[in-house]
Ligand binder design. Structure first.
Ligand code: TXA
Ligand code: MG
Length: 309
């Protein structure tokens, strides 16, 4: 599959493919997504097949503006409006009661739907030109590293899709924050591009805590996830001769110096691990970042990446 620049013509072709039930790899500000019509059960089934992902694992639906929410969500609380105003377009996904016409395939059989407006011109164009809400999981194989550049999309995915659009590197670099608004107390189901502190500030209240894994209603939150091929080991300080991601001055050519700013770190995390993976290292040592709240999404990804297979 050829990777295309997002020309006007390519965008029109991609929109046509989506309307016809096809699958397109599209850029977003977080990671690349494997997009299809959120309203077409067959197209969604194909996305699961391409990813090798269990079908009880719900997808995120991408819309181009707040008013499109009524196409997929049955209702929403006041908090949804406040958060959308503050963070959309952007890396915040809201879980809301779903409209009946959203197929079970898209929501993994749940009665809720996860929705966001991506902050990426190409994704927004595709939604507008196709006239469809687009379901798009990250464009990685199940449990693997999400691609943050078009050329990082796995060959096994490239061969199965109708088109790949190159939108350059993803600026956020980790997936969106998933916030459950379908129950009384808003709760973060997956930390991500928008921090807990920013959501709490916008709502003027504390967010509920995540329930223990076996009681979570967000399926697909497997302990191992976002993982490169290499074994990931979290350490206080990486060995002088080891390959890895360090916060100090590298002592070896297979060491990547990561930024001490949490957002900048997140933006380079997957591409950094991928770079070492491509070089064929067996083990990636990762120096633990600070444990302050702004690092929550990075910690989540590091813990999942280092979880035994
Ligand atoms: O940044 C992102 O969110 C990227 C880009 C492409 O938008 N997408 C993404 O999708 O990360 P995916 O499918 O890899 O992750 C979706 C997450 C899963 O953890 C899933 O459990 C949760 O969203 N989710 C989706 N629908 C849900 C629902 N109805 N209730 C609870 N959790 C849901
Ligand atoms: Mg994913």
């Amino acid at each position: 599959m050829q990777i295309l620049q997002p020309t006007d013509e390519a965008l029109n072709r991609a929109a046509r493919i989506l309307k016809d039930g096809g699958v397109v790899v599209m850029p977003t500000e977080t990671v690349y997504g494997l997009a299809c019509s959120a309203l077409n059960p067959e197209a969604v089934r194909r996305v699961y097949e391409i990813k090798g992902r269990p079908s009880a694992n719900p997808l995120i639906v991408h819309i181009s503006e707040f008013t499109q929410l009524k196409a997929v969500a049955e209702s929403w609380p006041k908090e949804a409006e406040i958060l959308a105003k503050r963070f959309w377009p952007g890396p915040l996904t809201l879980v809301l009661p779903k409209k009946a016409k959203v197929p079970d395939e898209t929501t993994g059989g749940l009665d809720t739907v996860a929705v966001r407006v991506p902050d990426h011109a190409i994704a927004l164009e595709l939604i507008k030109r196709s006239g469809l809400p687009l379901a798009a999981p990250s464009a990685n194989l199940f449990m693997g590293l999400s691609p943050t550049r078009a050329k990082d999309v796995d060959e096994a995915i490239l061969v199965d899709v109708e088109m790949v659009l190159d939108g350059g590197p993803c600026l956020i670099g980790v997936e969106s924050t998933v916030l459950d608004l379908s129950e009384e107390h808003p709760r973060i189901l997956r930390p991500g591009g928008v921090s807990r502190a920013d959501i709490q500030a916008a709502l003027g209240r504390q967010l509920g805590e995540l329930p223990p894994p076996h009681l979570r209603k967000s399926p697909g939150m497997h302990p191992r996830h976002y993982a490169p091929r290499a074994k990931v080991v979290l350490v206080k300080r990486i060995d002088d001769e080891a390959a890895g991601l360090t916060l100090s001055t590298p002592t070896h050519e297979l060491q990547i110096q990561m930024p001490l700013d949490a957002r900048a770190y997140a933006a380079g995390l997957y591409s950094g691990m991928r770079r070492l993976d491509v070089l064929g290292v067996e083990e990636i040592q990762v120096q633990l970042p600070p444990s302050t709240p702004e690092w929550e999404a990075v910690w989540d990804r590091l813990q999942k990446a280092s979880h035994p297979a």
